[in-house]
Design a protein around this ligand. Structure first.
Ligand code: NAD
Length: 353
């Protein structure tokens, strides 16, 4: 049994990772500040689901809800620390109370478009926050970590599929630039302090508990409410969508790899190695949801890349990564979760909870 710290463990990817680590018999220290990038109550629900805790929860107000949550999930194997990754003392004391074997750093301001509106916040959380996590690890002698990077660092890379050795110094959004900065900071701490590192470039992750601001979740919500789907560009932009279960397999594989190796600094793509156009995505959602969509066409969004497409041979070679989820199957899983998730639907309808 190991003890892992997951930053951002209340979020979409983090809550699935916590759930898997617990199922594998490990202890998890989850650090999250339940920020307001989207409704904190979704994140409370994520934690309750991933720890198999209470099924009902009375929401009264953020502060008391978080205290109530901490009590509800308290146990030997899971510990929730409500803290901000930008505060080194909070991290040092959270790390210091436990024997942490490795950190999986997922906490961030995620998403390209809002980063254009709030670049300073993105820089503060993603760059200073990541440096603070590294510094707290150094002070506490933690020498292994995984860190979330993003396919967005490739920008409008001319060559496809995108490979890790491609030179990426042409970010087209503040978000992408902050993720590139995380990769560079990680290398400095690896070089200076021997912190073994795997940087994971995730390619558009989808599935149960997907963030409400991401396309699949937004489109299904629009269908549910009988609204037209807002489509940016002409529908030809392409994404390498990756199912959450495959991403968690990749995280667990990368964790085993970074723990078993010495002197490691690797950047690794976690995608699926196939691309799907926006129009194909919409047709797939219509099929999974069983309803035809009305489309409302809007101009391309600045900062959005034309396509993402992952070469995943390195992840396969290093730790056997082999995503298996068929896209139609993954969409069905999302739609089934969405339909069964009274809580998420109520939020989408902006109804009272
Ligand atoms: P998410 O927003 O659901 O999760 C991020 C979590 O971090 C949230 O629970 C949030 O409360 C927490 N957090 C944010 N700022 C914090 C702070 N200052 N202190 C403590 N906690 C803080 O996002 P996600 O989709 O689960 O993404 C997880 C990671 O993966 C992020 O680093 C994101 O940039 C990266 N990523 C995600 C995708 C994707 O498709 N979802 C793609 C590429 C990269």
């Amino acid at each position: 049994m190991k003890t892992y710290c997951v930053t951002g463990g209340a979020g979409f990817i983090g809550s699935h990772l916590c759930e898997r680590l617990l199922a594998l018999g490990h202890r998890v220290v989850c650090i999250d500040n339940f920020n307001d990038a989207y409704d904190y109550r979704i994140k409370i629900r994520n934690i309750l689901n991933s720890t198999g805790s209470l099924t009902t929860f009375q929401f009264t107000g953020k502060e008391t809800d978080l205290l109530h949550l901490q009590q509800a999930v308290r146990g030997d194997s899971f510990k929730l620390v409500v803290a901000d990754i930008r505060h080194v003392d909070e991290l040092v004391s959270a790390f210091g109370r436990e024997q942490i074997d490795a950190v999986i750093h997922l906490a961030a301001m995620a998403g390209v478009r809002p980063s254009i509106e709030e670049p300073l916040l993105y820089e503060d959380v993603n760059v200073k926050g990541t440096l603070t996590v590294l510094e707290a690890m150094r002070r506490q002698g933690i020498r292994k970590w995984l860190c979330a990077s993003s396919s967005s660092v490739y920008g409008n890379n001319a060559k496809v599929p995108f490979a890790e050795e491609d030179i990426v110094d042409r970010s087209i959004s503040p978000y992408a630039a902050t993720k590139k900065a995380c990769e560079v900071l990680g290398h400095a701490y690896y070089h200076l302090h021997g912190i073994d590192t795997v940087m994971l470039r995730f390619f558009t992750v989808y599935g149960e508990r997907q963030r409400p601001d991401l396309a699949i979740h937004k489109f299904v919500g629009m269908l549910e409410r009988g609204e037209p789907l807002t489509v940016y560009g002409n529908g030809s932009s392409r994404r390498d969508y990756t199912y959450i279960g495959d991403i968690v397999n990749g995280l667990v594989g990368a964790l085993a790899y970074v723990e078993s190796e010495e002197k490691v600094y690797e950047i690794v793509n976690l995608g699926t190695n196939r691309t799907i156009s926006l129009l194909e995505l919409i047709r797939g959602i219509e099929q999974a949801y069983g309803k035809e969509a009305e489309l409302r066409w809007l101009a391309n969004q600045p900062g959005d890349v034309e396509q993402t497409y992952a070469d995943i041979s390195k992840a396969n070679r290093l730790f056997g990564y082999d995503p298996q989820t068929d896209f139609a199957e993954g969409l069905h899983k999302f739609v089934n979760w969405y339909r069964g998730n009274r809580y998420g639907q109520a939020l989408d309808r902006r109804a009272d909870l």
